[in-house]
Design a protein around this ligand. Structure first.
Ligand code: UGA
Length: 434
């Protein structure tokens, strides 16, 4: 199948690479010339395990090419995936102007039957909008089909999630589009991992509702963790006890310092906004968002329990990315925590295995260190903000020696509180007795 994938951001690049790996001929298009030139040289703009190898292999075998020429991309392809950014606008709605501009290009340049697949996270009704724009721009009576094919990949696990998804959701309007989309995904759909066909609007809503549900689970657990801190109980045991109920399941029940990233914070707010615009008060979603903001801010109280006045004190921060296995700093809880500490006059020493460059563009006046141990030098407290595996197996005796005082605030519950106590640390974590 000849596919044009518009947008070389996270979703676009991973989708284009995986689609080429599945045997399709893919033209991956972006308006950002530097990004495209780098991609042509094999330099990828994001850190995603496995992506570079897969990309290099398919580029070598000429199944994927990069271009800024959207006209050529559209005209040479039968299926066009739209995977451009939908950042929040000033009202927290998803800004779909990039999608609208791509739709205009598709209408202007189409030269035959096309399937137009939206993969960008966009409000319900966006495909109707795309259809209207194409109709208003196209000058010849070419036929086309609209498809909604939301993406459920996680950063850090994107290749695995794309090639081995729990489900593939496809909103379609015609049998022809259904047939063609089935054949594109035939390599990865199995009876236990089904393709689910539905109408366009349901597919658009499945994406928002899924992210919002996962974010709701996290905020719910963070609220239960707050209760544990008041009345006792161990949030890890509670999550396990709840997760063993097959109706609940164990995933996305980890309490911590709040969810971040480019999706949950934005999508929860955007879905709430869609509800408001339709006269529904988004009581649950507003609470999910509020609990999350509260949770991000809550770590500072724990830090001040151990170091009441942080002014002039050195604080070590392990982990900056919004989660492990990514260099993405978007909406990372570490930003809130570090800014709070800096406002109170603390000096920050920080380490992250992958996100230091991106962090340095956002967080100023920080000493970025070369490894976890050197970060601790002369610090009054260590704060753990991202649960990278590299932090789990360190020599805790050495950590104690390097810190000025044995204080640790663990926002990700990576250590055992009893063990930490035995080792002589003042250890505070989330929703667990310490
Ligand atoms: C999320 C969804 O999981 C994907 O299915 C979706 O495709 C993607 O958004 C998107 O819309 O593009 P992602 O943002 O990469 O993926 O990250 P997650 O692994 O879902 O984590 C999001 C945040 O929740 C992180 O800050 C993480 O630390 C936090 N989290 C996750 C918890 O605090 N507790 C948990 O139990 C799980």
């Amino acid at each position: 199948m000849k596919i044009c994938c518009i947008g070389c951001g996270y979703v676009g690049l991973v989708a284009a690479t995986c689609l080429s790996d599945m045997g399709n001929d893919v033209i991956s298009v972006d308006i950002n010339k530097d990004r495209v030139n780098n991609l042509k040289k094999g330099i990828i703009p994001i850190y995603e395990p496995g992506l570079k190898d897969m990309l290099d292999r398919n580029a070598r075998e000429k199944r994927i090419v990069f271009s800024t020429n959207i006209k050529e991309g559209i005209q040479k392809s039968e299926v066009i995936f739209i995977a451009v950014g939908t950042p929040p606008d000033s009202n927290n709605c998803a800004d779909v102007s990039a999608i609208a501009s791509v739709a205009e290009d598709i209408g202007r340049y189409m030269n035959g039957y096309k399937i137009i697949v939206n993969k960008s996270t966009a409000p319900v009704g966006t495909l109707d909008k795309i259809g209207k724009i194409i109709k208003s721009v196209k000058t010849k009576p070419f036929r086309y089909d609209l498809v909604s094919n939301p993406e459920f990949m996680r950063e850090g696990e994107a290749i695995k999630d794309f090639t081995n998804p729990d489900r593939i959701v496809i909103g379609v309007q015609s049998e022809k589009a259904k047939r063609i989309m089935s054949s594109i995904y035939s390599g990865i759909s199995r009876t236990d991992k089904p393709i689910m066909f539905t109408d366009l609007r349901s597919a658009e809503l499945i994406k928002y509702a899924s992210n919002a549900m996962l974010a709701t689970r996290i905020s719910f657990m963070n609220e239960i963790a707050q209760l544990c801190e008041k009345v006792g109980g161990d949030i890890k045991a509670i999550a396990r006890g709840m997760g063993l109920d097959t109706r609940i399941g164990p995933r996305f029940l980890h309490a911590g310092i709040g969810y971040g990233g480019s999706c949950f914070p934005k999508d929860v707010k955007a879905l709430a906004q869609i509800m408001k615009l339709n006269g529904i008060e988004p009581k649950i979603l507003d609470a999910v968002d509020e609990v999350n903001e509260q949770q991000k801010r809550s770590l500072i109280h724990k830090i001040r329990k151990l170091v009441p006045d942080v002014k002039g004190k050195s604080v070590a921060v392990w982990g900056l990315a919004f989660k492990p296995k990514t260099d993405d700093m978007r909406e990372a809880p570490s930003i809130t925590i570090i800014r709070q500490l800096q406002e109170l006059g603390a000096k920050i020493r920080a380490f992250d295995p992958e996100a230091q460059h991106n962090a340095s563009l956002i967080l100023k006046n920080i000493t970025y260190c070369k490894d976890p141990y050197s970060t601790l030098k002369g610090c009054d407290v260590l704060v753990i903000a991202t649960e990278w595996n590299a932090f789990r197996d360190l020599e805790l005796k050495k950590v104690k020696q390097l810190l000025k005082y044995p204080n640790i605030v663990d926002g990700r519950n990576i250590y055992d509180p009893q063990e930490m106590k035995k080792l002589g640390f003042n250890y505070l974590c989330v929703g667990r007795k310490c």
